[in-house]
Design a protein around this ligand. Sequence first.
Ligand code: FMN
Length: 490
Amino acid sequence: MSLDTLGAFISAIEHAGELRRITQPVAARLELCEIADRVMKQPAGGAALLFENVTLDNGSRSPYPVAINLFGSDRRMSLALGVASLDDHAARITELLSTQVPPGIIAKLGLLPRLLEVAKFPPRSVGSPAPSQAIVCRGDEIDLGKLPIITCWPEDGGPYITLPMVISRDPVRGIRNVGMYRVQVLGPRTVAMHWQRHKVGAAHWRIMAERGETMPVCIAIGADPASIYSASAPLPPTVDEFLFAGFLRKAPVKLAKAVTCDLDVPAEAEFVIEGYIDPREPLVTEGPFGDHTGFYSEADLYPAVHVTAVTMRTSPIYATTIVGRPPMEDYYLGHATERIFLPLLKLTIPEIVDYHMPAEGIFHNLVFVSIDKQYPGQAYKVMNALWGAGLMSLAKMIVVVDKDVDVRDPRNAWWIALNNIDPERDARFSMGPIDVLDHSSRAFTYGSKIGFDATRKWPEEGYTRHWPAVIEMDSTTKARVDALWPALGL
Ligand SMILES: Cc1cc2nc3c(=O)[nH]c(=O)nc-3n(C[C@H](O)[C@H](O)[C@H](O)COP(=O)(O)O)c2cc1C
């Protein structure tokens, strides 16, 4: 059964025993974040939380409850995407690829749009007003201060919408993009749009700004969980995230015409903020913001969005998240991407067996990759290919190990890698784009990367000594101790 609304997702979480309702008054400013942070640090990601009595910045009680940490465990992430395990979607993609890809195709990643079409769940338009447009505020009726938009950390520049689906359209190709970019509230009808320069929404904006065209933007909050997740997925610019969400849900995403601009929005969203960016206006200061690096990211200049309408369901729930020192809820969203995208990475880099981005590495700082090594130098081939693949280009450190290493267990992967490397021989620096949030690079978004070849070394790679075996107990002794074990009382 596909979950069509945020409410249905929350009910399913409650049914699974993973929701805690909080009835005590909790301030949208800082307090909600502090509670959520403590819960997210609990083993396996803690429970999902529904705050039913949130105090707004003006001291009044929010008419809307606030949901947080809905995606913050492997179990809830699987529930969101309608599978028992996230690897199930990877298996569906692998199957599609093996049945649909004609032999000899080169632009394999470009096949993704076609593959998703094959899946036959394109978004479907519904008539207006959609459920997400049951209540419509325009002009002076709009006041974002009435929404329980949280201020996360003490030095944040203001309240932030942290779990949005930001909808824009490619002005050249007409393809829709949905991205999860934080949105800072600057006033009752103005927000700042933090799409980083490597992201698709920012590319749409650059083209429109150059042409001097006013850009329509919609910010949807809360919808079917597959759509919310898809906004965070690093899909190629040619893929509409709502098409991808339909593939994940095995049911189309329903869309409706926005009431004040020429974009389609999720018909089942909880809230939709409609607006536009004026290319003639100067950029505005966005930030600082306590970021998913665990550090504050500095204030910078981003476009302002002028809000032309806020629409909502009759009893909407406000969905949000927080980022900060890992692990946080976003680890589980990123982990879903890691699992689902493995078959697509394997298309262009077939020797990849598995990969993993541990929480401490906040995705782009550390990538472990295991490969089926067949020739000398292959670890370098793999790291160079990864640095050329979409947002993987931002990876700061890549550690390549052999296929028998379980990279999903970072302690195990480090143990092997640290044993296997001769630093001077096995490390290589490269240069490239760096994540906007990285504070260490020599220049903003530009700097160095390092790759470690932690595979077993071959004679052709200059290794002429004997490579030792990993210690394992023999099976006879293991069996004897297995039989003895219960009596030992250990
Ligand atoms: C909770 C959360 C917050 C995020 N905030 C931002 C952000 O403020 N700006 C940004 O560019 N990317 C942000 N991201 C990452 C993007 O959502 C991600 O790179 C996504 O692939 C972007 O979509 P796009 O490929 O369509 O541009 C965030 C991700 C998550 C999970």
